[in-house]
Design a protein. Sequence first.
Length: 349
Amino acid sequence: MVVSISALKGFLLEEALSKLLENSGYTLINKDVLNDRDKYPEFVSQGNGLNIKGRGGTHQADVLGQFPISIPFNYPVRLFVEAKFRHKKTGIDVVRSGIGILTDLNANYQTIDLNGDELLIQRFNYHYAIFSTSGFSENAIRLAIAYKITLIDLGGSEYYDLLHIIDEIAQNLLDWMKAHRISLNEVREYIRYRLFNDRLMGTGNEDEKFEWLDYFLEPFFKIIDEYGDLYLASINSPFSILIKPSSPDLFRSFIGNVGKSTFEVRINWYDDEPEMWEIRLFDNRFDELIFKFYLPELIKQYVFNRPNVLVNALNAKEQFFGSMIFYMRSAEKFITFKYIPSDLIKRHG
């Protein structure tokens, strides 16, 4: 199978995100599920890798994760992660593809012909998140809102280092794969062996030929380690935001040493990159904790494409970011940031 350079970059970004979202509760599902058909009858192996059965067909489950808890009256959540590494905005076709997958999987719960044991099989709610290095078209945004698909723009400066490394190593990696007839699935297995070796030992990737992958991928593994954690947070809007702590280890330590899970925060924004907003958490027991996130496109338009930007920004903080909620696996609890409406003057950077 011939892999394009754009597809390879998107693949590397997807694998990076699956690790960076790990402390946000995202547990990557791998081919080990095929060893327990009774517990995971929905998964099958096909030529393109791990697949999951829907009502009308099977779908690739390359980067599918499961969250560890569920709320009452809902099935546990599984999330597809798709990443587009492009120089142009991601269009409506990508969103349509996600809708088709979700519709087929979430409709796969007919019960008329099932026996007693089959009725007891665990069910899931499937969701879809699309990450793009260059934003999304307006039509893609509107369709995603209609079908509850999460869109995350990674085009801001906070993600430049990660994207730069992927961009830098992709061509040499692709040339090496072609020369040695190494498939994308084999590269995936090796990357996951390196990133998740506490859970994915025994994949068979100890073959000497894969030692060459370290030469190409070591910068990739290093930058992922430097980033630490990313958190997908719910806000008071149809969107989710990706929160990046400036010091992931300090934040983990802080949460591990306090007994609460709700914190008051302030939010600032900067003239030189107005779509990037900063969360500041103050606590007498710790240094100030700082987090970054980027405004979803429609909220950015709400703030900056109308008169009275300062008033719009204040309204956006109160209306959309008054409560930001995300799960933290290391603490086994939900974290809530409550905005304090006291920073009426924007911070200039």
